[in-house]
Design a protein around this ligand. Sequence first.
Ligand SMILES: *[C@@H]1O[C@H](CO)[C@@H](O)[C@H](O)[C@H]1NC(C)=O
Ligand SMILES: *[C@@H]1O[C@H](CO)[C@@H](O)[C@H](O)[C@H]1NC(C)=O
Ligand SMILES: *[C@@H]1O[C@H](CO)[C@@H](O)[C@H](O)[C@H]1NC(C)=O
Ligand SMILES: *[C@@H]1O[C@H](CO)[C@@H](O)[C@H](O)[C@H]1NC(C)=O
Length: 159
Amino acid sequence: MERSCFLLSITFLLVLQLQYSSVGTVGAAQTNITTDQSALLALKAHVTSDPHNILVNWSTTTSVCNWAGVVCGARHLRVASLDLSYMDLTGTIPPLLGNLSFIVELRLINNSFHGTLPKELSYLHRLKLIDFEYNNFMGFIPSWFGSFPKLQTFNLFKH
Ligand SMILES: *[C@@H]1O[C@H](CO)[C@@H](O)[C@H](O)[C@H]1NC(C)=O
Ligand SMILES: *[C@@H]1O[C@H](CO)[C@@H](O)[C@H](O)[C@H]1NC(C)=O
Ligand SMILES: *[C@@H]1O[C@H](CO)[C@@H](O)[C@H](O)[C@H]1NC(C)=O
Ligand SMILES: *[C@@H]1O[C@H](CO)[C@@H](O)[C@H](O)[C@H]1NC(C)=O
């Protein structure tokens, strides 16, 4: 009896873990690739200047995983990396970017992004790398930047 209770609770933990790893969560809501698409379209809507038309194929007629600068993970088929470095983009970062629940690497090096970083970015628990060097973000480090469990590289501001 005791043994079966023990096994049951182990199974329960495993099921919990599996759910946690295969379904992105934003608060309690489930997310999917459509969530990633909305998050990136919000970013596009916050870009006020794109002189090289980098974001021209960021549209619903093309799969998100084929958008410029986007790489999806082989396992979950969700956005795993976003790299828009050296693209001469001007704009701000919308709170919806915090819905990219499977993103591991986020690079926006050398553009003209400005304003403050939304605290919703702290939902990105899988992030290992953030590189926002050479932009014009407000010059302070938000307190929630301590909340990324996996973050290894973190470069925020203009040098
Ligand atoms: C994503 O989830 C929404 C509801 O949460 C659903 O309507 C939509 O069909 C899903 N999209 C995909 C591609 O699974
Ligand atoms: C979108 O643009 C990127 C970069 O120019 C390119 O690599 C990619 O193939 C394009 N995707 C489609 C579907 O045209
Ligand atoms: C995405 O982000 C916004 C703003 O942070 C939030 O209101 C919304 O519920 C989120 N979830 C989905 C699934 O889009
Ligand atoms: C950033 O990009 C600009 C052109 O947009 C270039 O002149 C400058 O040298 C770049 N800076 C770095 C550090 O790469």
